[in-house]
Design a protein around this ligand. Structure first.
Ligand code: SAH
Length: 357
């Protein structure tokens, strides 16, 4: 019999499932208390649950988590975890400490099909979507790994395009936000997308409160299409109104991620276009120096190039701008470098944007 993963259920679903198995209504509450308050996931250690109920739990449910295959520790405190899934596929998860914050970067897919040229995950192609429990399981595992250090923020910026696995991502976020489970407030969770318009609409329609980040990387259509095939299908003229609409029902500003690539998207024309695109959207801009990946001719930006870009953008921009300190570069954990090495299934090739039309 296939066991149900505890990590895939909302508290109400767990309660229902237990009642169906003849358990008392309070059993779900007891169970969740053990798991999330006492940090005990072995049913046999749950001392106030009767032997027969423990047997029922063991027969029908599992609390299995992804396995940590390898830990890479960066000099700057960032740790990358290579996680092995049940089917021998691998994903990556990153923990990034900064000041008072401890940010957990999680994956939503094994690989990705969006083919962004500057990103190393895209080189894998898409192997498969993560299930709900594989997403929430990363969060629980990270909680165990960090012990008393509390994770303050969760970002869906690991492997995968979260809006290509929207149903599972939405349910996982509901579980992560649930008071009885992980109890994360909406403002501490960010979903990052390359700009899948139907997904953005759907996310907004669910009424789920969550921060949205959009990988913009160029506000000039020809350039964006050159590095992000998704822009061929959903160009800037379509992206903008969709985002404006999203902000109408969201309490949060949108974060535009802009990867700085010298010689490609850093001159004054790029800056003016960026100002124009973001100026009338409730947003902020997060600049990310591009981390070189093998096989590409571009160079990493120098400190001077980044500073000059920042200075000019401060002058031009109508919205706040921040610079993302690139963390974990020495362990390939920085943005776009999360390409798991040992995958089981053969990948589907990355999709060329034009094929979608
Ligand atoms: N698919 C989602 C989430 C994963 S990417 C998305 O596109 O948003 C997370 C962030 O990393 C994106 O903003 C992307 O632009 C950035 N990124 C990808 N490759 C990078 C690289 N080589 N250097 C710096 N940032 C990169």
């Amino acid at each position: 019999m296939q066991k149900t993963s505890i990590w895939s259920l909302l508290p109400s679903e767990l309660e229902e499932a237990l009642i169906e198995l003849g358990e008392k209504r309070f059993r779900a509450k007891q169970l969740l208390n053990w798991i999330f308050q006492q940090n005990i996931i072995d049913f046999t250690q749950m001392s106030n649950i009767s032997k027969s109920s423990i047997q029922t739990l063991n027969m029908h449910f599992t609390t299995e988590l992804p396995l940590v295959d390898k830990i890479s520790q960066s000099d700057d405190g960032t740790s990358k975890y290579l996680l092995k899934l049940k089917d021998d596929n691998y994903i990556e998860m990153v923990l990034i400490p900064a000041d008072e914050k401890l940010t957990l970067c999680i994956s939503s897919q094994v690989g990705c099909m969006r083919g962004c040229r500057f990103c190393s995950t895209s080189k894998l192609g898409l192997l498969r979507n993560l299930t709900v429990d594989e997403i929430t399981g990363q969060v629980y595992l990270a909680r165990q790994l960090t012990g008393s250090f509390r994770i303050t923020n969760i970002v869906f910026m690991g492997m995968g395009e979260p809006l290509d696995n929207l149903e599972n991502v939405i349910k996982a976020i509901r579980i992560i936000q649930s008071d009885k489970c992980f109890a994360f407030s909406p403002r501490r969770i960010t979903v990052s997308t390359c700009g899948i318009i139907p997904g953005i609409k759907q996310l907004s329609e669910t009424g789920l409160k969550v921060k949205l980040a959009v990988s913009l990387n160029s506000a000039i259509d020809e350039k964006r299409s050159e590095i992000m095939p998704i822009n061929v299908k959903y160009p800037l003229s379509v992206l903008k109104p969709a985002l404006q609409k999203f902000t109408k029902t969201s309490p949060f500003r949108i974060t535009f991620e802009y990867v700085l690539i010298p010689g490609f998207n850093m001159d004054i024309k790029d800056q003016k276009a960026l100002r124009k695109f973001t100026g009338d959207i409730s947003s902020k801009i997060n600049l990310i120096p591009w981390n070189p990946i093998p096989g590409l001719e571009w160079k990493k930006s120098s400190e001077k190039e980044v500073n000059n870009f920042m200075k000019m953008m401060y002058k031009l921009s109508a919205v706040p701008i921040t610079l993302r300190n690139s963390r974990g570069q020495d362990i390939n954990a920085a943005c776009g470098m999360l390409a798991g090495k040992k995958q089981k299934s053969p990948p589907l090739p990355p999709i060329d944007g034009a094929d979608y039309l």
